[in-house]
Design a protein around this ligand. Structure first.
Ligand code: ZN
Length: 209
C-alpha cells in the first residue's frame, strides 16, 4: 500500500496523464481510495486535470462530503466516486471522463467490446447507464448520492460503464492490477507508465508501479 504522500503525487500524475493523452479536457476526474481509511477517498477540487497540483487534492466521505474543504470547491460529480467506493470494496481508483470517442457507444444499440489485447480491461461487454430511467429529465450530471449509487448498481461487478449523453466511468481493482502485471510484467507496464509520466512532465515513481 503506498503512503498517503506518494498517492497524492500519483493522483496528480494520473490527472496530468489523462489530460495529456486526450482522455479528459477541462472536465473529467480521477480519484483513489484513501490508503489509511477505506471509507474515504481522494479527489481534486474542481479544476481542469491539466492544472491540478498536490494541494488541490481533497479528502471526501463516501457520501461526497469534504472532510476539510479549506475553501476549495469540490467537483459536482464527486458522487460518482463515492457511490462506487461504497458499493465496491474491491475498487481502489475511479476515472470519470467525457471522451468524445466513447460518447456514441452510449446511444447506439451496438455494444462496446474489446477488440485487441490492450483493451481487455474494459470487460467483455460495457453496460450503459441511462440516468433518465430512474431520474427523468436531468442535466445529465451525477449530482446526488442517489445518482452515484444508481450508477454503481448499474456497473455491477464490472470494470467500466458508459453513461448516455455524458461519458464513461472506469474502475480499477487490485485483482486486475495483479493480472495485468502477471501477464505483462513490470517490464511492459512500467514502460508505458514511465512514458506517460514523462510526456506529461511528471516524475516517475518507479517503486509504486
Ligand atoms: Zn461527467
Amino acid at each position: 500500500m503506498p503512503s498517503l504522500d506518494m498517492l497524492l503525487e500519483e493522483i496528480v500524475t494520473a490527472n496530468r496523464i489523462l489530460a495529456h493523452e486526450g482522455v479528459v479536457d477541462s472536465f473529467g476526474h480521477v480519484s483513489a481510495r484513501h490508503p489509511d481509511n477505506p471509507k474515504r477517498f481522494l479527489l481534486s477540487r474542481a479544476r481542469a486535470p491539466e492544472r491540478i497540483e498536490k494541494d488541490d487534492i481533497m479528502e471526501f466521505t463516501l457520501e461526497g462530503d469534504p472532510v476539510d474543504a479549506r475553501g476549495r470547491a469540490p467537483y459536482l460529480e464527486r458522487f460518482i466516486h463515492g457511490g462506487l467506493y461504497e458499493a465496491r470494496p474491491d475498487v481502489h481508483s475511479v476515472v470519470h471522463n467525457h471522451s468524445p470517442s466513447v460518447i456514441p457507444f452510449g446511444i447506439t444499440e451496438r455494444k462496446l467490446k474489446p477488440l485487441l489485447h490492450m483493451c481487455a480491461n474494459i470487460g467483455h461487454e460495457v453496460p450503459t447507464w441511462d440516468s433518465h430511467d430512474k431520474f427523468g429529465d436531468t442535466a445529465l450530471l451525477v449530482e446526488s448520492v442517489d445518482m452515484g449509487r444508481d450508477l454503481a448498481l448499474a456497473i455491477g461487478s464490472g470494470p467500466s460503464i458508459l453513461m448516455r449523453g455524458h461519458g464513461a466511468t472506469v474502475v480499477l481493482t487490485p485483482g486486475e492490477v495483479d493480472k495485468v502485471i502477471s501477464r505483462t510484467g513490470p517490464y511492459t507496464l512500467n514502460r508505458a507508465w514511465e512514458n506517460w509520466c514523462r510526456r506529461a512532465g511528471r516524475p516517475y515513481q518507479a517503486e509504486l508501479a
